[in-house]
Design a protein around this ligand. Structure first.
Ligand code: CTP
Ligand code: MG
Length: 373
């Protein structure tokens, strides 16, 4: 029988969030949920120490099979409270920090294997790469221990039930449990630790942990182009705005080339087809649809595929209308249709050359940068 205690009752003062550290989100789960999966493959009983007032929330996250108890004022106190709940037929106890959320199940398995081969206390450790100095209260170095004989110690730490009970019997205080076992004069075995079992203390540690999860953002770009012929008598819709007293353009929808170019840029970036395949003539429900409606629909489609918009830019190409005086208004309309995304709007003529230079219509080119987590 193997019991595991997860120390999660700290407030996370150095992290500086409004919630306890164990409830911080790392990728798709909270730190406490990650920590449970670090040790669940070896533990028959799991006890979590929670900060006072957060017991129910943590219980809901970890599920019914796990005991949640209120922790103590210090980490050692919390561990003792956890120890008192360990079932009496337990052979080995693993003690793990919720803050070391990404310790792999293999690490816990290696700790247990060393216990089974006869060690009474087993702790993971990494080589100390920095030189460490002992410094007096007034800031003077008193010694430089040999770095080669030092290890940076992690959790989960494993002990025989008898030894860890004896170590905590005197109500000692230490930053890890092995230190209390060392005071008893018992041998503590160090096995190879893991970089990914780093202790998450600050926001920058959380960013490092995210890299271990491979959860940095993936960015994708796309380009879209649209052009429509002027059609006398139709209203002109462009960049999400109605332009009174201007000839409109022909088209299945309202003919807003800026909006359509942006939709295609978003489709190109996300690999979800194009304007025609998503809203084309075979989709009669989009006949006459406004540019902003199509932008909203496109946004919904790319979000459904897990993407978010980082930035969109569109350049209108044509002799008229003149965009400049309504640029801010148009950017606001496009951005609103895109859920508040950052939008840039530019305009140019083509020096009398080509389709739009001849004054036959309006074109637009857009680019989009999107990302997924
Ligand atoms: N811990 C605990 N009970 C306490 C204090 C700490 O169970 N009274 C736990 C923390 O939840 C953490 C682990 O011990 O998982 C290691 O402590 P640390 O990383 O220092 O976390 P916090 O104490 O929460 O952070 P801080 O010191 O910045 O407040
Ligand atoms: Mg602490």
């Amino acid at each position: 029988m193997i019991a595991a205690i997860i120390a999660a009752a700290g407030s996370g003062e150095r992290f500086g969030a409004e919630i306890p550290k164990a409830l911080i989100q790392l990728g798709d789960r909270t730190l406490i949920e990650h920590a449970v999966s670090s040790i669940s493959s070896v533990a028959d009983q799991i006890i979590v120490t929670a900060p006072a007032g957060y017991e129910k929330q943590i219980q809901a996250l970890v599920g019914d099979g796990i005991s949640v108890v209120t922790g103590g004022a210090t980490r050692s106190e919390s561990v003792r409270i956890g120890l008192s709940k360990v079932s009496s037929d337990t052979e080995y106890v693993l003690i793990h920090d919720a803050a070391r959320a990404l310790a792999s199940p293999a690490l816990a398995q290696n700790v247990v294997a060393a216990l089974k081969s006869g060690d009474v206390a087993v702790i993971p450790g990494l080589a100390q790469t920095d030189t460490v100095k002992v410094v007096s209260a007034d800031g003077i170095v008193t010694s430089t221990p040999d770095r080669n004989s030092m290890r940076k110690i992690q959790t989960p730490q494993g002990f025989t039930y008898a030894v860890i009970n004896q170590a905590h019997a005197a109500s000692g205080e230490a930053t890890d449990d092995a230190a209390l076992v060392e005071s008893l004069g018992k041998p503590v075995r160090v096995i190879a630790g893991e970089e990914r079992a780093l202790k998450i203390t600050t926001a920058s540690d959380l960013a490092t942990a995210l890299q271990f999860l491979g959860k940095s953002n993936t960015f994708k770009t796309g380009v879209g182009v649209d052009a429509h012929h002027f059609e006398v008598g139709r209203p002109l819709w462009l960049a999400g705005l109605l332009w009174p007293d201007q000839d409109g353009v022909e088209g299945h929808s309202d003919g807003d080339v800026a909006a359509h170019a942006i939709c295609d840029a978003l489709f190109a970036a996300s690999g979800l087809g194009d304007l025609g395949s998503n809203f084309g003539t075979n989709k009669p429900e989009y006949a006459g649809a406004s540019g902003t409606t199509l932008l909203k629909e496109t946004l919904a489609l790319i979000e459904k595929s897990g993407f978010k918009i980082s930035h969109v830019s569109v350049q209108v190409i044509g002799n008229r209308p003149k965009i400049g005086s309504r640029r801010t208004e148009a950017i606001a309309a496009l951005s609103q249709a895109l859920g508040g995304a950052e939008v840039a709007l530019l305009a140019t003529t083509t020096d009398g050359m080509g389709l739009t230079g001849e004054g036959k219509g309006i074109a637009a080119i857009a680019s989009a940068l999107i990302y997924s987590k």
